[in-house]
Design a protein around this ligand. Structure first.
Ligand code: F6P
Length: 549
């Protein structure tokens, strides 16, 4: 595989950047009345408009050439065919199999994975139906009213985000809660309001060794047995989702109540597996399968559409353009929908754990920027907080604006106001306000010449600030699944072009190792001296503050 900077297209893009630096989006729209038609695509219920990005036809051609030189198409086919593309961990990457509603065989080591996938879906269907109908009860015979998912990272963010997003489709009388943090406050906040007789815990951990999850799980089990005393039957209140059956047994969960998945499912891509169990309990299995179907629709598109028509490919290539050529350090994701409150946090793990890498597939240190910082908040809240920087700050922050055409909770004119803001923001970012326009406005307000001169620069907006708009018909399990799959594949595209492995996460290990070494030091008396001066100082100061152990 060539290094990205050694390709023809990379070199041409590095040159073309200078052309684009001279261009202003306002002028490009003026010069091309069909720019929206040229740079927008429809995919089922999704409209993707990238016409307000700093690109033109030539730039897109070069980006597609870059993708081809880095063999994006070959890499897509390799993923779909079950090749071990996660080379550092020697694993296939097959979240697409989890939502393969066509049921076409997908093989790993000559073995079709689909029967296993379908068996777990059947197990989930049976279990969720029993819990939702009240047939499955707690140990005192009462119906389950609260499901507590204990997991962290990919075993939390995906199901938590999706459960919040699809709350409108939830079963009345059944609530989902998510405990991830080892901070005891998180478990306390959740449990203090719950009745142990009607609470079901889902212990979600791919490895079943994650310190936070296992500690929270043990404390939850203690809470249950302390509260219910002799009546406590842990088997009726604890189920597990994991790849590690021996550890699940060791914890005391009956393997009959274990939902398995496989090492070819990355944690941050696992919501489509039984890690989605809390979501399936909330919305029911038919809707969970709609969620899978939406993602499958995008999977089919990603695998078969030409790059020029391929929405995730374009999303990923634009991200490469901004990170590697235009110097953008971050990208904002701005859902104009309260239900998608946790979408940016979910994408943070998806993008940053996947593409926050500095070593190529060939073991070399990269000499180009890779994965950007992802951040965001729902609109319109963000407008009253950080949008100032987007409009007039010194940084380039490409933004994804996401909105739904219809609200699930229409009240008066709220949704129209929301969307008016959605459209206005992308227009304002793109167009800006020239000094001449700002002057005119100030004069019209009756300000004198001196006041106008003093204020005009502050009132000027440079514009040319790029964004994509994603407009979806309505928030449903299907459209949420589709939206999430778009971003998953966008992540893949970036990794393929940068020639990095988007599917390991070795950068999280060092902190874990050090924490394991420090814990016994915190739990034993005496001062510590084994670390650097700052860490020793902090630990010893904490010991003094926290009191004797
Ligand atoms: O520490 C990072 C990580 O390994 C994530 O990649 C993963 O999603 C999370 O921890 C949780 O891991 P597990 O599901 O094995 O508990």
């Amino acid at each position: 595989m060539p290094t990205p900077p050694s390709t023809q297209a990379w070199k041409a893009l590095a040159d073309y950047r200078r052309v684009m630096d001279q261009a202003h989006l306002r002028d490009m729209f003026r010069d091309d009345p069909r720019r929206f038609e040229r740079f927008s695509l429809r995919l089922g219920p999704i409209l993707y408009d990238y016409s307000k990005q700093r690109i033109d036809t030539r730039c897109m051609e070069l980006l597609f050439s870059l993708a081809r030189e880095m063999d994006l198409e070959g890499k897509i086919q390799a993923m779909y065919s079950g090749a071990r593309i996660n080379r550092t961990e020697d694993r296939s990457v097959l979240h697409i199999a989890l939502r393969n509603r066509s049921n076409r065989p997908i093989e790993v080591d000559g073995q079709d994975v689909m029967p296993g996938v379908n068996a777990v879906l059947d197990q989930m269907r049976e279990f969720t139906a029993r819990v939702r109908s009240g047939e499955w009860t707690g140990s005192t015979g009462r119906q389950i009213t609260d499901v507590v998912n204990i997991g962290i990272g990919g075993s939390d963010l995906g199901p938590r985000m999706a459960a919040k997003a699809l709350a409108a489709y939830g079963q009345p009388g059944l609530s989902c809660h998510f405990v991830s943090n080892i901070d005891p406050t998180h478990l306390h906040q959740c449990l203090h309001a719950l009745d142990p007789e009607t609470t079901l815990f889902v212990i979600a951990s791919k490895t079943f060794t994650t310190q936070e999850t296992m500690t929270n799980a043990r404390s939850a089990r203690k809470w249950l047995t302390d509260e219910l005393g002799e009546k406590a039957d842990v088997a009726r209140h604890f189920v597990a989702v994991s790849t590690n059956e021996p550890k699940v047994r060791e914890f005391g969960i009956d393997p009959k109540n274990m939902f398995r998945f496989w090492d070819w499912v990355g944690g941050r891509y696992s919501v489509w597996s039984a890690i989605g169990l809390p979501l399936a309990l909330l919305i029911g299995m038919d809707r969970f399968e709609d969620f899978l179907l939406g993602a499958h629709m995008v999977d089919e598109h990603f695998q078969t559409a030409e790059l020029e028509e391929n929405v995730p490919a374009i999303m990923g290539l634009l991200a490469v353009w901004y990170s590697s050529f235009l110097g953008a350090e971050s990208q904002a994701v701005l859902p104009y929908d309260q239900y998608l409150e946790d979408f940016p946090a979910y994408l943070q793990q998806g993008e940053m754990e996947s593409n926050g890498k500095r070593i190529t597939m060939d073991g070399e240190v990269v000499d180009y920027p890779t994965g950007p910082i992802i951040w965001g908040e729902p609109g319109t809240n963000g407008q009253h907080a950080f949008f100032q920087l987007l409009h007039q700050g010194t940084r380039l922050v490409p933004c994804d604006f996401i909105a739904f055409a219809r609200s699930l909770n229409p009240i008066g004119e709220h949704h129209e106001i929301l969307l008016a803001n959605f459209f206005a923001q992308t227009e304002a970012l793109m167009r800006g306000k020239t000094e001449a326009e700002a002057k005119e406005e100030l004069k019209a307000q009756g300000l004198d010449q001196e006041q106008v001169e003093r204020l005009v620069r502050h009132k000027t907006f440079p514009g040319n600030r790029p964004s994509s708009s994603i407009v979806v018909e309505e928030l449903t399990p299907y459209t949420l699944g589709a939206l999430m799959a778009l971003y998953e594949h966008k992540i893949f595209v970036q990794g393929a072009v940068w020639n990095i492995n988007s599917f390991d996460q070795m950068g999280v290990e060092l902190g874990k190792q050090l924490a394991k070494a420090i814990l016994p030091e915190l739990q034993s008396p005496g001062s510590v001296s084994a670390h650097d001066n700052s860490t020793n100082g902090l630990i010893n100061a904490w010991k003094a503050l926290a009191g004797p152990r």
